[in-house]
Design a protein around this ligand. Sequence first.
Ligand code: PEP
Ligand code: MN
Length: 350
Amino acid sequence: MIIVMNSKTDDADVEKVIQKLHEMGHKVHISKGERRIILGVIGDVENLASVPFYAFNGVEDIIRIVKPYKLASREFKDFSTTIKVKDVIVGGEEVVVMAGPCVVENEKQIFETAHQVKALGAKILRGGAFKPRTSPYSFQGLGEEGLKLLAQAGKEAGLAVVTEVMSVNQIDLVAKYTDILQVGARNMQNFVLLKELGKLKKPILLKRGMSATIEELLLSAEYILSQGNYEVILCERGIRTFENYTRNTLDLSAVPALKGLSHLPIIIDPSHATGRWRLVSPMAKAAIAAGADGLLIEVHLEPKSSLSDGAQTLRLDTFSRLMKELRPIIQAVGREFSTPVECELERMKN
Ligand code: PEP
Ligand code: MN
């Protein structure tokens, strides 16, 4: 249930309502917008019917949220969530590109990639250190060494970083090195992990499970939000269908669907969604046209020799072309895109 209060209500009056809810044994989540203040009351709200909340100063409306997810819903918050990561804002006017290799392989690879993708306009560096590989015999990542290299490369290039956390016992270690913690598709319904990440004060990039519905994705986000961490970025990365030409099927309709259902930012990962590098740029452009807040793209200095996911990874020249081609699409949908000077000069030459 949500209690809607006028945004001009005195803090003391808002506090009176919160106190009443606490007395009745409820947890309260507060969302302060320009027009209204929303108090989200989660759980068994039956006992609230007996309280005349309309009699409290500032209370304008009492609404029962019928959706199974509450804090993630648009009803709870009618303005879009923006998430600040270093000096980057995800979910705001600007489209944010996160790029980097599937996996951190060595110092040279991650440092060079960091500088190159930064020069081409990426704002966040990605790279796995703990990898969820389908086969136990495939390269599993460098672990802490990989985290260190990623953090150092990000720092040197001036990029925030994102990397995956696979289990509860890795959280402290991963959080020490990264700006955003990624929950991979295979862990989207690892509820114990989600609850623990909900206690952190760092943004979480939550990838949609390969057989998860949109509602299930939002319920997984709800696990994180309900613990007090409101900084969740949703990521569509393709779902399993009968089609096997592509690695997964990119569900682009998830973008406008999620925008309607939730206030959380949504980005698209066209690399894991397609499994084929030739399809990455077209799908990245389509994602922006569909309203995505950003992209997560695998880029490697030499995809042929990548230790993971080479077939879906862009070379730097292809990534550079994509960054240029994204600009008119971003402008057409009324968003912003700040590209660095080098990229701008290149564009003017063409
Ligand atoms: C990744 O982004 O590194 C990854 C493993 O993706 P997913 O969880 O979507 O398969
Ligand atoms: Mn990968």
